[in-house]
Write a protein that binds this ligand. Sequence first.
Ligand SMILES: Cc1cc2nc3c(=O)[nH]c(=O)nc-3n(C[C@H](O)[C@H](O)[C@H](O)COP(=O)(O)O)c2cc1C
Length: 154
Amino acid sequence: MKFSVLYGTESGNSEFIAQDVVAHLTAELYEAELSDLADTDPTNVDPDVHAYLIVCSTHGEGELPHTAIPFLAELEAKAPDLTGVRYAMFGLGDSFYAETYSQGSEIIDRKLTELGATRIGEYGRHDASSIEDGTELALAWVPSVLADLRAQLV
Ligand SMILES: Cc1cc2nc3c(=O)[nH]c(=O)nc-3n(C[C@H](O)[C@H](O)[C@H](O)COP(=O)(O)O)c2cc1C
């Protein structure tokens, strides 16, 4: 199975976690490619990719991190039909920002769903105010994504 792991980041945490997810998937003998959302054209869906795994933080007041902004802008401008596209979401945030906790990834999540894509797996989250390690949580989230994907492919 082939995965595209995309990250949206402001200060690198999402990129580090996405790198670890790619390393994990590759070690499990899956094909996995890492890309910044800033370098990803959402109108150019790869038909060989079984699922897109998106790791995205929150900045400003519940807004997108800067590398996710052009990706959302393309989705809004071109409104591609994403029917048949599967994605999974892992959001980074900080519950210190109680009103806007983890809302950055939710902006992308809402838009992808609106355009017809299907979210698989649990909605993963990492809270920077917790003592939990982001990579450990992400690697614990991946099996829920794989299980949903396998169930959809049979
Ligand atoms: C200036 C600033 C604003 C932030 N705003 C929010 C926010 O509104 N909601 C939230 O859940 N987290 C917020 N965060 C926390 C980040 O999402 C969190 O630190 C995350 O791990 C950063 O990941 P990144 O390095 O991939 O961007 C903010 C962090 C900073 C530095």
